[in-house]
Ligand binder design. Structure first.
Ligand code: SF4
Length: 340
């Protein structure tokens, strides 16, 4: 692999998660040291570590779904089969939810995205600005397909302290329309304008280009990396998810390769859907598992509920039989998330 690409990615993840965490993860995934992961000794040590750490963990990442409406029709995304009614979260609801959790926890990061295209929401810039002003230490990021980020939106977006933008592009000129049903020229133009403006304004926002590897684009992955890595802070290509068993046409299903570990996401993250429900995680696109509603209840009450505590206990006993988790393809190396 290209050394320049590796260095660039290392720099991006160090900025995002801190140098020591990025370094440990690099050692345990990209060097011969990876052979120790999931050996019996490793498992013994880290199981003890997990049990010790679990009781003390406080959530750090908040994800709020500002809308579940989307203008794309991606072939690998269950949005096309989602039964939840489309909605945009009102500004007042967003503030209420954010204030509810921030008065109880010291969150590090807020992701304003969920199971929709966040820029369908005309108030998203106000929501980012509100979070920036009221909670200056909170890092705000978004995941977008970039198709709606016109020059005017970009100018306003770069007027905020947005910390990271992940562009889900998933293709090149050859296959993009087939995969996402959007116009490649428009998307590329929008991203290039944002990258140019970021440079001109010396805005600190981190930019990440992401592509899910599918049979439709696998021959063009190198072109994708070569083109975008010269321009953005990071390029991430990754194996497809089947959304906890929901998308049956995904061919490269990732199988658990070793021991499955308790999912750190349940301790570290709070995922809120567009109606204010606290749900299992971003895999739960139908909001099947709800722990409570932040428009009506205090977050501490929800996190201390029997339903939620029992879920954590089951995970610590390596019982992954809960709906959604049982088919999850996201956690085969999650032991690393506990130690890194
Ligand atoms: S195990 Fe998978 S489905 Fe369950 S909370 Fe973690 S990421 Fe979500």
């Amino acid at each position: 692999m290209d050394i320049k690409y590796i260095i660039k990615e290392a720099r991006y993840y160090a900025k995002l998660n801190g140098f020591s965490r990025a370094f440990k993860k690099f050692l345990l995934t990209q060097t011969p040291l990876r052979k120790i992961v999931n050996t019996p000794l490793y498992n013994r040590i880290y199981l003890a570590k997990i049990r010790k750490k679990a009781g003390k963990l406080q959530p750090k990442i908040l994800q709020i779904e500002n809308t579940n409406l989307c203008n794309a029709k991606c072939i690998m995304c269950p949005h096309v089969i989602m039964k939840r009614k489309g909605k945009i979260m009102k500004f007042g609801e967003f503030k209420k939810i954010l204030d509810n959790v921030m008065k109880n926890y010291d969150f590090k990061r807020l992701t304003i995205s969920g199971f929709g295209e966040p820029f369908v929401d005309k108030n998203i810039i106000e929501k980012i600005a509100y979070a920036n002003e009221k909670y200056p230490k909170l890092k705000v990021d978004v995941y977008t397909n970039a198709s709606l980020i016109t020059k005017e939106i970009t100018d306003r977006l770069l007027g905020t302290n947005i910390d990271r933008i992940t562009f889900s592009i998933n293709g090149t000129k050859k296959n993009y329309k087939k995969i996402m049903a959007l116009d490649y020229r428009n998307t590329k133009k929008n991203v290039l304008y944002l990258l140019k403006e970021k440079k001109r304004r010396k805005h600190k926002v981190l930019t990440n280009m992401s592509l899910m590897i599918l049979k439709e684009n696998e021959r063009d992955v190198k072109d994708f990396i070569d083109f975008w890595s010269a321009l953005a802070d990071s390029v991430r290509v990754y194996a497809p998810s089947d959304w906890a068993g929901s998308v049956r046409n995904i061919e490269k299903k990732v199988l658990f390769k070793g021991k499955r570990w308790p999912c750190t996401g349940l301790w570290n993250n709070i995922t809120v859907d567009v109606k204010g429900n606290v749900i299992m995680c971003c895999r739960d696109y139908e909001s099947k598992v709800k722990f409570g509603n932040l428009l009506k209840e205090d977050i501490k009450k929800i996190r201390n509920s029997e339903k939620f505590k029992e879920l954590l206990e089951r995970q610590l006993k390596f019982d992954f039989s809960d709906a959604i988790c049982r088919n999850c393809d996201n956690s085969f190396d999650s032991s690393l998330d506990w130690i890194c």
